[in-house]
Design a protein around this ligand. Sequence first.
Ligand SMILES: [Zn+2]
Length: 238
Amino acid sequence: MIRTLCLSLVLSLAGAAAAQTPSAVPVQHASHAASQDAQSAAEVWNNLMAGNRRFVAGKPEARDLVSLRHKLASGQSPKAIILSCSDSRVGPELVFDQSLGDIFVVRTAGNVADKVALGSIEYAVEHLHSPLLVVLGHQKCGAVNAACSGEKMPSENLDAIVEKINPAVTRAKSYAKADDLVESAIKENVHQSALDLSANSEIIGSAVKSGKLTVIEAEYELDAGQVIRLDVPTKGQN
Ligand SMILES: [Zn+2]
């Protein structure tokens, strides 16, 4: 089973790599109100936000993790994909009060969508068919702060993170005051990652275009614990 999945993933990724032509596929948010998939994505988002309200209130759902673990041993069907920062204060399972098997989480410093992150998300889109992808930034993000500082990074690996964030910093600098720069860049960086997902992945771009996948941009507030949606919802969506 695992072997089959791995093989099909490899084949699928090989096909995607051959077909991939990085193009500026526009990010489409929850604007496919008419389609079944967008409807279920909206339901998933509502479910995640209900979980976030439980988290904020300190009243997480009681769960029988042992029986859930046994049940999930035969396979997974996560309802959402989350691309979030690796920051230890931003664990998506906790923040959205979700459990084993609920969300497929990809984490990188600064929630950047590099090739490995894209490949991981492509797997969830192609093989697990999750209808919703949330790009989750957060207040006081150290990676965005480092990019805003303009300082030289001590390694090429750290530099690779900052390079992905730099376009967001440039955009934020065009309107934000110094006090506001990091916070504005954090929001811009969530948007940048959402754009990168579709622009740099044929699989993700096609899924968004066809309405099979909805991308939502959001920011986590460290102190309050709330997740705030950043992109403007279409009428009828949350
Ligand atoms: Zn961060």
